[in-house]
Design a binder for this molecule. Structure first.
Ligand SMILES: [Zn+2]
Length: 137
């Protein structure tokens, strides 16, 4: 298996590392939406959000906050996006989970092209019930 993020973690590939601890690494995206676009990655090969081991979840969110805070203080963007693409249909290109943090600016002309749907009469309740049945806590 040749995974670019695993290679970065093992220092077999170069990256501009922003922060790392025992479980998480964070570095600059090589193809940024805006300069300063950061990735946050578990130091364990897991394909997507649902495959992240439980003990990596809190560290992932903590590091996401640490580097977002540093990016906001240093670059002073007008706003920022946090997002993650999971699966080919969602635009995932590297199959090792990663959280994106990108600075945003007024009038930067970057838009998620949305095609918002509307629920018909009882549909919203049906969707909620379908999902609720699978909720595990
Ligand atoms: Zn990997």
């Amino acid at each position: 298996m040749d995974c670019i993020f695993c290679n970065i973690i093992e220092r077999k590939a170069k990256a501009e590392i922003i922060f790392e601890n025992e479980k998480i690494i964070s570095f600059l995206d090589i193809n940024p939406i805006h300069l300063g676009h950061i990735l946050v990655v578990p130091k364990m090969h897991c394909i997507d959000f649902l495959s992240i081991p439980e003990e990596y979840l809190n560290p992932l969110i903590q590091v996401t906050k640490i580097v977002t805070d540093a990016m906001v203080k240093s670059l002073k963007p007008d706003g920022y996006n946090l997002f993650s693409n999971n699966g080919n249909a969602a635009g995932q290109s590297i199959y090792h989970f990663h959280m994106h943090i990108t600075p945003r600016y007024f009038n930067d002309e970057i838009k998620f092209k949305l095609n918002l749907k509307q629920y018909r009469e009882a549909e919203m309740k049906d969707f909620a019930e379908k999902i609720r049945r699978e909720v595990r806590s």
